[in-house]
Design a binder for this molecule. Structure first.
Ligand code: ADP
Length: 614
């Protein structure tokens, strides 16, 4: 099982990486100079790492051993005196390490810089892309999952590229370099040394997969523990009321013990593995030393070269050991990368037509022509909706809950596209306008307006890019919000908490109205903006709305029919169809659904009034 998943890891990594590199190539290309320079630094670092044991070889072969054998003289084949050669070797140790470290520093720094630049640009684009994806996409996706892609998936790629992939490249390069030199020095000995790799893999494979198994079980158990804790705390009232503490503590203790056992087992196996590997290493080193000494005695290798050989063997081991872990890490980061690419590849289904043009300033004629729409193919939420609204007219959309009123208005914003039929503004299909230029000319106030965790000023200015302080204040005055804003601790600079928690519902709505007003949009959509407000707030908000909508084409969804009886057009929607349309008087005269609903509402309210009076 673990074998198969590991193979899948290894196989999966390459195509995954290729896909990611291809997708990110425009960003990578911008940093190519930095990347190439860093790669050269990396090559230099690797080369110097290979050189590290060589000064020792020279000292051994040309100074110490000849001196020991009393054959030392000035005539080594470099033409240098032993002392000069010794000094040179000593200095070169420092130079090799010094320059090597410098190169390592430059390559790490350069690559990190390139990676960070590339990924932060990618992240910006992912964020942008996410915002451009249609509502239906967002409604289908889990927001937690999307957030992970923008934050931790990209972060994972960054850390793994810098901390794992780069060292891996250096390691692989130096491993290859060492092997080449080892073969070059003595191929037979190199072959002996190389047997360590398959032996090591064979012997440790079983153990590694057991460690993985326990580590995974441990992680899962930790997840279960977290879930139990979360559930218990989330339902603490029920737990206490039903006296479930003992029972839950029992469950928790069991899970805790299980997690502990798995952690201990995985630690024990890891410790055992390390020791086994150490012993294996010692055996191989002993064999190479034994065999190597014979080779030296047969004068096929110098003692210094054997030293280099042994050093390489020891040095090769560490990168080898890390290899499988690094590949695992890279596989994980590749999966993260693929998730990001997948998100970037997701085409928004509401997007600009190739022929779309920037919209001119709208007059505000809105026409629905036989529009049908459904969120999922199969169920039609709107059927054959047609109506015309002239510039500046007030349109009330009324009808029972779930009849499709909000859906109808969301189509004007192109949050979704109709399945059939078309929507025209000023005689032009809205799909022929760019989405941005269309939405910029429509202001929206919803029932529960979302404010951002930013200052009041910024929240209002969100309505239009580049709005000045003066315009913000003007909009706030229009929305009857200026006075209460001035009473906030820092006035317009007061930072609102998320969803505007510190403000009352009416105040929040008035800020939302100011945000809508600053756009000076010719078309306004109000989706039950006063629902849930008390009478006094409703009055101020309504007064603000009256100013906001004056002379502009306005669509308002309302449950309270008396609030919209003065509308120029009333659309009565039921079951996704417009069953009645006209003015209040016309619909009352028709004496059908609208008039029934209207009478019911007025009677109920009157009934309430009577009850209060009584
Ligand atoms: P209203 O505004 O009249 O209360 P809506 O337009 O909100 O009605 O909803 C009309 C119908 O569409 C309802 O049956 C509702 O369940 C469904 N609906 C609304 N939004 C979605 C959505 N995002 N995905 C699927 N169905 C939806």
């Amino acid at each position: 099982m673990s074998k198969r998943s590991k193979e899948k890891d290894l196989k999966g990594v390459i195509p995954g990486i290729t896909k990611i590199l291809r997708k990110f190539s425009p960003y990578i290309r911008k940093e190519r100079l930095l990347i190439v320079a860093s790669f050269f630094a990396l090559l230099l670092e690797t080369g110097l790492r290979l050189l590290e044991p060589w000064p020792l070889k020279f000292v051994f072969d040309y100074i110490l051993i000849p001196a020991h054998n009393n054959t030392a003289n000035t005539a080594n084949h470099f033409g240098l005196s032993p002392i000069a050669l010794l000094t040179l070797s000593a200095i070169s140790i420092v130079v090799i390490t010094g320059v090597g470290s410098m190169a390592a520093y430059l390559s790490t720094y350069g690559m990190s810089l390139a990676v960070i630049r590339v990924l932060s640009e990618v992240r910006g684009n992912v964020f942008n892309h996410l915002q451009s994806l249609s509502l239906s996409f967002h409604q289908k996706s889990k927001s937690g999952d999307l957030i992970t892609r923008v934050t931790s998936d990209i972060e994972k790629m960054r850390t793994v590229t810098v901390k794992t992939a780069l060292p891996l490249i250096t390691n692989v390069l130096s491993l290859v370099g060492m092997l080449v030199i080892m073969f070059f020095l003595n191929w037979e000995l190199a072959l002996v040394a190389m047997t360590i790799f398959p032996i090591l893999t064979l012997l440790t494979k079983n153990m590694i997969s057991r460690i993985r198994k326990f580590a995974k079980q441990h992680r899962d158990s930790e997840g279960v523990l977290a879930a139990t804790t979360g559930e218990t705390i989330g339902a603490i009232k029920v737990v206490q009321v039903l006296s479930l503490q003992k029972m839950l503590h029992g469950i928790f203790s069991q899970q805790n013990q299980k997690s502990l056992d798995e952690a201990i087992e995985s630690l024990r196996l890891s410790a055992a593995l390390e020791r086994i590997v150490q012993i294996l290493m010692a055996i191989i080193i002993a064999i190479v030393l034994w065999r190597g000494s014979h080779v030296v005695l047969h004068k096929e290798l110098s003692p210094g070269e054997l030293l280099v050989f042994m050093t390489y063997l020891r040095n090769a081991f560490e990168p080898m050991r890390k290899l499988s872990n690094q590949v695992g890490q890279i596989a994980k980061a590749t999966a993260s990368g693929e998730r990001v690419v997948e998100l970037l590849d997701y085409e928004p289904n509401v997007r600009d037509n190739p022929s779309a043009k920037k919209a001119h300033p709208f007059f505000g004629t809105v026409r629905f022509e036989n529009v049908s729409f459904g969120y999922d193919t199969g169920t039609e939420i709107l059927q054959d909706v047609s109506f015309v609204v002239q510039p500046g007219q007030q349109v009330a959309v009324v009808g029972p809950s779930g009849s499709g009123k909000s859906t109808l208005l969301s189509l004007i914003l192109r949050l979704y596209d109709p399945l059939s039929g078309r929507i025209l503004i000023d005689g032009q299909d809205i799909r022929e306008y760019t989405i941005d230029s269309l939405r910029q000319q429509i202001s929206v106030v919803l029932q529960d307006s979302v404010l951002f965790a930013a200052s009041v000023k910024e929240n209002i200015a969100h309505g239009r890019l580049g709005a000045t302080d003066k315009e913000v204040e003007k909009a706030a005055r229009l929305a009857n919000a200026h006075e209460f804003i001035m009473k906030l601790p820092q006035g317009y600079d007061t930072i609102l908490s998320e969803r505007g928690g510190t403000l009352s519902g009416g105040q929040r709505q008035r800020i939302a109205i100011a945000r809508a007003a600053i756009r000076q949009a010719p078309i306004i959509i109000l989706d039950e903006p006063t629902t849930g407000l008390d009478n006094a707030s409703e009055r101020t908000v309504n007064a603000a709305l009256a100013k906001l909508t004056e002379g502009r084409t306005t669509f308002v969804i309302s449950h309270d029919l008396r609030a919209v009886e003065n509308a120029d057009i009333i659309l009565y929607v039921e079951g996704g169809r417009i069953l009645e349309q006209g003015t209040h008087r016309e619909l009352m005269r028709l004496g059908s659904r609208y008039s029934t609903l209207y009478r019911m509402q007025t009677i109920i309210t009157k009934g309430d009034t009577y009850a209060l009076e009584a």
